[in-house]
Design a binder for this molecule. Structure first.
Ligand code: SAM
Length: 351
């Protein structure tokens, strides 16, 4: 059979983009850590000016700048030999509070890849790897990357999409944020709804410590409380709202967690489930977003679920039909898709 050279060339072309992107993750983490993007956002600079401004070595900085310009993350002016960021590049790479801040995603990628040797072995043994066993880059990257999505959507669109929840939060509600990680979602809600009380739970002690520190820094300790607790065991009753952000599929026993959530809810309460965007059928997830999620699911989500009791391993692309089964089997009577973005679907479950 004759090989189709055009198809081969197209495939190799794609590989070159992916190969560069793999190394690019490290470039972005370096650029963020050393403040290179922030300095570039201020004004156009040569490599020597950037090095002097950021107290870094010019030769390294020049090589890094070339990699960034080649990848389209930094703009190069051939005439002046200066490098700069466009408005859009600065918005995505230099402003932590931007709803499109991207460096956290690459920190998450780099941190996750550190687990490759162990996960390779898990393919043979079937062993799990808990969220708590990953390196700090995973925890920090997740916090930063998810934060921008929550800044963009949580208060403006996701909470208003739930039936009657915004009014309850405004007048004073009791909320549990389960699997809260470093409390990004909890603190955004606590700041917006000062009359409500927010309880953040996570089984990872260092994440809870981070959430407590963030609450102090943001002066939100009056209406927040963080505690190490598993989703099946967290304390408290009569919550008006229980939230789980990007973590139901990470749990070993999501049905058990859903049962506990149902028991902890007020009879008129709401469970908000934020999950990665996914269609029900594999063929419909075979796209760039699906690729991101299936890859992180292999390195993080599936091993995390496998490390816990039951080990259901929903995966990050479970899809609405499968999640509906989980939620209904726990005893919830109502379940609907309330909102969505290209990266997330928000479901509302009621007792
Ligand atoms: C992808 S992170 C999401 C963190 C946070 N909700 C956010 O959106 O930034 C998944 C979180 O689920 C937590 N987790 C996993 N299994 C858990 C369980 N059984 N009980 C409580 N937390 C759990 C992990 O420790 C981790 O913080």
């Amino acid at each position: 059979m004759a090989m189709d050279m055009d198809k081969l060339n197209a495939f190799v072309g794609r590989f070159v983009a992916d190969f560069g992107a793999a190394a690019h993750a490290g470039m972005v983490v370096i650029g963020e850590k050393l403040g290179l993007y922030k300095a570039l956002a201020e004004k156009p600079v040569t490599s020597a000016e950037l090095a002097s401004k950021t107290k870094t070595d010019e030769r390294y900085v020049r090589e890094w700048l070339a990699s960034q310009a080649a990848g389209g993350y930094v703009t190069y002016n051939e005439k002046t030999q200066q490098f700069s960021l466009t408005e859009e590049q600065a918005f995505a790479m230099a402003d932590e509070d931007s709803p499109a801040y991207l460096p956290g995603a690459f920190e998450l990628a780099l941190g996750s890849l550190a687990a490759v040797p162990r996960i390779t072995e898990s393919f043979r043994t079937g062993a799990g790897m808990g969220w708590n066993e990953h390196n700090e880059g995973v925890i920090r990257g997740c916090e930063k990357f998810f934060r921008s999505g929550y800044i963009a959507n949580l208060l403006s669109s996701w909470i208003p999409s739930l039936d009657g929840v915004q009014q309850k939060l405004e007048s004073g509600a009791k909320v549990a944020d389960v699997g809260c990680g470093k409390g990004v979602s909890t603190l955004l809600m606590a700041k917006a709804f000062p009359k409500s009380q927010f309880f953040g739970f996570d089984y990872h002690d260092l994440s809870i410590k981070g959430a407590e520190q963030a609450a102090k820094k943001q002066e939100l300790t009056d209406n927040t409380n963080f505690k190490v607790a598993k989703a099946k065991e967290y304390p408290g009753k009569d919550y008006d709202l229980v939230t789980v952000f990007d973590c139901l599929h990470d749990m070993g026993d999501p049905v058990g967690a859903a049962r506990h959530i149902l028991e902890s809810l007020h009879k008129d309460g709401t469970w908000m489930i934020v999950e990665p965007f996914a269609n029900d059928d594999l063929k419909d997830n075979l796209n760039p977003v699906g690729r991101v999620y299936y890859s992180f699911s292999t390195l993080l989500c599936t091993p995390c679920s496998r490390s816990q009791e039951v080990g259901l391993c929903l995966g990050a692309q479970a899809g609405e039909a499968r999640l509906r089964e989980v939620v209904n089997s726990a005893g919830f009577t109502r379940f609907r898709r309330a909102a969505e973005t290209p990266f997330n679907i928000v479901y509302e479950a009621r007792p």
